[in-house]
Design a protein around this ligand. Structure first.
Ligand SMILES: [Zn+2]
Ligand SMILES: [Zn+2]
Length: 352
């Protein structure tokens, strides 16, 4: 039996199309998820535009942010049952034996393979998932929001686990996609003040949403001079913590300019281009530059808790729900920043 799927078939710009793919069968330790919602991520947009820094095993069904219900289970799967509401981590394959796997930091496993890149992902009706990737979705969290747990985990890892935000610290968040907007809420929750959110002029709508979510200053960096805005804040000496999510290399240059001596830059966005600027100010200002990659079990559980409690409110993101066959509309809307977040619903509405 076949099913429709959004497939990246080559490493060239816009080499994505709808294809037929076989409906998978579970192996002993995996389950088949009937996909409820699958988020289009900035990562998917990078792949769509062929501007990515990670290996892709084409052809591959895209999508790594998905929620759903368990449809079928392998014979050795314990603790779950058909019909359970679940979300799925991105680290689909890890070795389980190396130092990083044994210490729960498996996102750094040299053998890691993730959905939608090396393995078939969730832009289809049914997806096979190893049971170790599953998390239960709390009852009061709709599956369409549960699909956003993955970007929430990226935000949590950057803004909570690594940023070192304390009450009263200045925080700047560079990039106003869904991850940036969730970082605004997390920074506010931790007592950051002021909170500066940056984007481009075309991101106006996203920046305004950021203001509603807690940003005290919003700056379109292609229109306003970021440095002069920063000079007018507090004592003018710069920003304590910068979370760089834009996925553009020039944003790191901005970060280096606006960071306060002994401040911290947490960089979670990435792209393959060259860096044509000096890193000397990092040394001169004694700045810490921290890379942040992916997430692990603990971050997933904490993020689900925050989403279910409503302390992180996703409603201002105005998530657009589209059927699978309108995937291209979602991708293009994310490319030019008209949309903040899109989820594809390959099986129509399976709850509510
Ligand atoms: Zn993602
Ligand atoms: Zn490993």
């Amino acid at each position: 039996m076949n099913q429709p799927a959004v497939v990246q078939f080559a490493l060239k710009e816009r080499s994505v199309e709808m294809r037929e793919a076989p409906i998978p069968e579970p192996s002993p330790r995996s389950v088949i998820i009937k996909v409820a919602a699958a988020g289009i991520c900035g990562t998917d947009v990078h792949q769509y535009l062929n501007e990515h820094s990670w290996p892709i095993n084409v052809p591959v069904i895209m999508g790594h942010e998905f929620s759903g219900v368990i449809y079928e289970m392998g014979s050795e799967v314990r603790n779950f049952a058909p019909g359970d509401r679940v979300v799925c981590e991105t680290s689909a394959v890890v070795c389980g034996d190396c130092d990083y796997c044994r210490t729960g930091r498996y996102q750094f496993c040299a053998h890691r393979k993730s959905f939608g890149q090396m393995l078939d992902g969730g832009f289809t009706k049914y997806v096979e998932v190893p049971s170790h990737c599953l998390h239960r979705v709390p009852k009061n969290l709709p599956l369409r929001y549960a699909a956003l747990t993955e970007p929430m985990c990226v935000s949590y890892n950057a803004a909570v686990a690594h940023a070192g935000i304390h009450p009263g610290k200045n925080v700047a968040i560079l990039g106003c996609g869904a991850v940036g907007l969730m970082c605004v809420q997390l920074a506010k929750m931790q007592g950051a003040d002021p909170i500066i959110l940056t984007g481009l002029e075309r991101d106006k709508k996203r920046l305004e949403v950021g203001r509603k979510m807690g940003a005290t200053h919003i700056v379109a960096v292609d229109k306003e001079n970021l440095l002069s805005v920063i000079h007018q804040i507090h004592d003018g000496l710069g920003i304590d913590v910068i979370i760089d999510l834009s996925g553009r290399n020039l944003s790191l240059r901005d970060a280096i300019h606006i960071v306060r001596p002994e401040g911290k830059i947490v960089r979670a966005g990435w792209g393959p281009g060259a860096y044509n600027f000096s890193l000397d100010p990092l040394v001169h200002k004694g700045v810490c530059l921290q890379g942040v990659f992916s997430h692990n079990w603990e971050i997933w559980e904490k993020s689900l808790k925050l989403l279910a409690s409503g302390r992180i409110d996703l409603s201002p993101l105005n998530v657009l729900r589209l059927p699978l066959d309108r995937w291209q509309e979602g991708f293009e809307g994310m490319c030019d920043a008209r949309l903040i977040k899109v989820v594809l619903e390959p099986n129509g509405e399976i709850e509510e």
